[in-house]
Design a protein around this ligand. Structure first.
Ligand SMILES: NC(=O)c1ccc[n+]([C@@H]2O[C@H](COP(=O)([O-])OP(=O)(O)OC[C@H]3O[C@@H](n4cnc5c(N)ncnc54)[C@H](OP(=O)(O)O)[C@@H]3O)[C@@H](O)[C@H]2O)c1
Length: 272
């Protein structure tokens, strides 16, 4: 890439996406971000709902007309639906998958013809440690990130011959607006889940409140953008979060599950 690469970051209005937008912009990249409600203050923030193909196509068309190319796509837009899997409404479960998985897929497929034309590009999919192991009471979030991991792994091999590199970022807990934007999906109260959900929620929110700084993910994105041969997976977060990813690999499943349940205070959670 001789000129400054043109970057597109989905979900750049807050949290990790905004940190990436601001940081990479400050480093001189041509950065475009997206939001469902971009306002008219920032010409580099495009309107896009990743659940709406027409809105994706319109944003990509606008960007291609303006810059002629997209060198780096960062699929970051995402939401978090929390609740017992059984009691999560179908609507919210589908919204979770549509946004975190199908949203990234649809944006990727809209961008790929332009990258293939140039036979170069980088796609960075913001997954989660929940793409590697499950978080209780975040079953559909976990499913969306596991789906993103499998898709990215396959896509990477398919695109290698075209010099398009696919990578995954797997953050632990980060302090962003994800907690405030969270959807708690509880079709009905059920005593069998009440105590477990309350205990897990407390730990989930506490983890995010004490979470790492989003700027770290932005710096990691720059490292991936600059890398000639980016890796498939990049884990990022506090040591305790990262150690869980290591333990998942080496411990017997039963022991790993016991540790995760202990962390979310579920070993003690009995019905009320
Ligand atoms: N925070 C963490 O602890 C953590 C950990 C692991 C992974 N992650 C992942 O990091 C990514 C960013 O999350 P965050 O923590 O920065 O959350 P956040 O502060 O809530 O930001 C989410 C972003 O996604 C956008 N978004 C949501 N739904 C969208 C849709 N339908 N179409 C387009 N944009 C949409 C929002 O933009 P608008 O509302 O303006 O449209 C917003 O900019 C997510 O994929 C999340 O799963 C976060």
């Amino acid at each position: 890439m001789n000129e400054q690469p043109v970057l597109l970051i989905t979900g750049a209005s807050s949290g990790i996406g905004k940190a990436c937008f601001d940081y990479l912009f400050s480093k001189g990249y041509k950065v475009y971000g997206t939001s469902r409600k971009p306002g008219d203050q920032n010409p580099y923030l495009l309107k896009m709902d990743v659940n709406n193909k027409k809105s994706i196509d319109a944003a990509i068309r606008h960007l291609i007309n303006k810059e002629g190319r997209i060198d780096v796509l960062i699929n970051n837009a995402g939401i978090s639906v929390v609740g017992a899997a059984e009691l999560t409404s179908e609507e919210n479960a589908r919204l979770q998958m549509e946004t975190n998985f199908w949203g990234a897929v649809q944006v990727t497929h809209a961008v790929l013809p332009h990258m293939r034309k140039k036979q170069t590009g980088k796609i960075i999919n913001v997954s989660s440690l929940a793409g590697l192991f499950a978080i209780p009471f975040q079953g559909f979030y976990t499913a969306s990130k596991h789906a993103l991991e499998g898709y990215s792994e396959a896509l990477r091999m398919e695109l290698k011959a075209m010099n398009i590199h696919v990578s995954l970022i797997e953050p632990g807990d980060f302090k962003t607006e994800i907690s405030q934007n969270r959807i708690l999906s509880n079709e009905r109260e059920d005593k069998d889940y009440k105590k477990g959900l309350a205990a897990a929620m407390e730990i989930i929110v506490k983890g995010e409140r004490k979470g790492d700084k989003a700027i770290k993910v932005a710096k990691l994105c720059q490292k991936i953008i600059q890398s000639k041969r980016p890796k498939l997976r990049y884990r990022i977060g506090k040591p305790l979060d990262l150690s869980a990813a290591v333990l998942k690999k080496i411990l017997p499943q039963r022991l790993f599950e016991w540790l995760i349940m202990g962390h979310y205070q579920l070993n003690k959670a009995k019905k009320i």
